[in-house]
Write a protein that binds this ligand. Structure first.
Ligand SMILES: [Zn+2]
Ligand SMILES: [Zn+2]
Ligand SMILES: [Zn+2]
Length: 145
């Protein structure tokens, strides 16, 4: 983590009324540097014994509630987390983009530029969130062949 990055993470925490802790900074750092969404087991692997499981779980939950990260379930039902766009706020996520689950490397990508089309649904129903997960072979796996 360099100075500028740490400053950015701290600003993000302060803006969301969260105290700066080493564990929170570490999680933000890992998530920010990945081009795909990140599962808790992956985080546990990278961060190692520095943060216990319960703490990590709570950090992810808090970040999700604050609109800092959003959760995507992959095809296996594993939760993956990705940094939100700036428009997300506490309890109001606006991550209506398509997610891509690679059948080969199993990674989940946010396709930020591919928006989920608006749906017309029956009267009386109110949409609160939508998920669209597309699966196939990701760019990296494709190029590796
Ligand atoms: Zn969000
Ligand atoms: Zn892949
Ligand atoms: Zn996403």
């Amino acid at each position: 983590m360099n100075e500028i990055e740490i400053q950015g993470y701290e600003d993000l925490l302060v803006r969301n009324g969260l105290k700066r802790t080493g564990a929170r900074l570490q999680v933000l750092d890992v998530l920010s540097h990945r081009d795909s969404a990140t599962s808790q087991p992956y985080l546990e692997n990278v961060i190692g014994k520095d943060i216990d499981r319960v703490t990590l779980y709570r950090i992810l939950k808090t970040f999700e509630e604050k609109g800092i990260i959003h959760r995507v379930l992959d095809k296996q039902g594993t939760a993956n987390y990705a940094i939100c766009s700036n428009s997300c706020t506490a309890h109001h996520h606006h991550d209506e983009h398509v997610h891509f689950n690679c059948n080969n490397c199993l990674r989940v990508y946010c396709l930020d530029n591919v928006k989920i089309p608006t749906l017309k649904i029956e009267q009386g129903f109110k949409i609160e969130d939508m998920n669209l997960i597309v699966s196939g072979i990701c760019k990296e796996c494709n190029e590796a062949n």
